[in-house]
Write a protein that binds this ligand. Structure first.
Ligand code: TXA
Ligand code: MG
Length: 339
């Protein structure tokens, strides 16, 4: 099994940098979910990510950076909006899609003309990114970004704890930096700035309202159904699915189903009037707290021997938008295109 080491230890950071320099992969905590990181400038290392995840090679990866200035290394024709958003939301759960700079590897972009860039808001991630960039600089290399998708196997739930990464990827990742459980718990907001108008490709903790406020113009959310190509692999319908069938229903339906069958598990909110049991998880009736726990709870219930997971339908307000998105994908099981 892989080694899990505290990301707060400078020795572990140095070890991680040495592995990255040697073209190896690292399990990396971020504030959203754990990532599986490789040197974004090393094509062989990046290819190892796809092999470890079992992910198709044309699905692009996000480049993680430790400084705003690195944007110019990975992107070209950077609009002012990108600098404004970086200033407002980085380090944090926002990924920007920009036109890619000429040197960016096709392995990273999946052959597209754009690149996703994000500065994660987790002290361990930032410490690794900055130490790695410094080491690259000393070796006379420019860049210093880390290509990192979520550290789950293709089609599975993103990991929010170091142990999840070990469970998912085993020996494919020699070292996992432990940064405790992820504060946000769902993947970053992705905003595409490479088109005429900014558009959200994946909702997340940074909301459309927050982006609109900072940019002084409305920012729309692209509907996954409307998009003709799966540019964001997370937009494939069956993404983030647990293996146990998952269904959304109201509290009364769930209470009834639980009475009938002991093999059913449920995730409800604390307004449902149900008591916590081994098979009944009660989450906070608040989107931020709910997002923090959702993937961990899905993972735990998925590993139990339940025939079905029932989830209480979420409130319809925009504040629940990102959680809604992830739950809808988890419930959708057409067995095809998984990421
Ligand atoms: O919170 C996050 O974003 C996490 C942490 C580790 O940073 N990362 C993450 O990576 O969720 P991944 O690969 O699991 O999801 C990133 C999504 C993918 O669906 C990918 O298709 C999309 O970003 N993406 C990356 N580059 C893109 C591009 N140039 N154009 C459109 N979509 C892109
Ligand atoms: Mg992912």
């Amino acid at each position: 099994m892989p080694k899990i080491a505290s990301g707060r230890s400078l020795e572990a950071i140095d070890q991680a940098v040495a592995l990255l320099n040697a073209g190896q992969l690292i399990g990396l905590p971020t504030e959203t979910v754990y990532g599986l990181a490789a040197d974004a400038g090393n094509p062989e290392a990046v290819r190892k990510i796809f092999a470890a995840k079992g992910r198709p090679a044309d699905h692009p990866l996000i480049v993680h950076v430790g400084a705003d200035a690195l944007l110019t290394h990975y992107a070209r024709e950077i609009p002012d909006t990108a600098w404004v958003l970086a200033e407002a939301f980085w380090p944090g759960p926002l990924t920007m899609i920009l036109k890619k700079a000429p040197g960016v590897l096709d392995e990273v972009t999946g052959g597209q003309d754009t690149v996703g860039v994000r500065m994660p808001g987790h002290p361990v991630a930032l410490s690794l990114l900055r130490t790695f960039a410094e080491a690259q600089c000393q070796a006379g290399k420019s860049g210093g970004g880390l290509a990192a998708p979520s550290a789950n196997r293709f089609g599975r739930i993103s990991p929010t704890m170091a142990q999840h990464v070990a469970d998912e990827l085993g020996d494919a990742v020699p070292l996992i930096l432990d940064g405790d459980d992820c504060q946000v718990g769902i993947e970053s907001t992705i905003v595409d700035l490479s088109r005429d108008k900014p558009i959200i490709l994946r909702p997340g903790a940074v909301t459309a309202e927050q982006l609109s406020l900072v940019l002084g113009a409305p920012v729309a959310i692209e509907s996954a159904v409307a998009s003709d190509t799966p540019r964001v692999s997370g937009s494939l319908a069956a993404h983030y699915a647990p293996q146990t069938p998952l269904q959304v229903g109201d509290a009364a339906m769930i209470a009834q189903a639980l009475q009938k069958s002991p093999s059913i598990a449920a995730i409800v909110r604390d307004d449902a009037g149900l008591k916590p049991q081994p098979n009944v998880v009660v989450l906070a009736n608040h989107p931020v707290a709910y997002a923090h726990d959702l993937y961990r709870v899905l993972r735990e219930l998925d590993s139990g021997a339940y025939t079905q997971i029932l989830v209480q339908a979420l409130p319809d307000s925009v504040a629940w938008g990102a959680v809604h998105d992830r739950l809808a994908r988890a419930a959708h099981r057409d067995g095809s295109d998984k990421d």
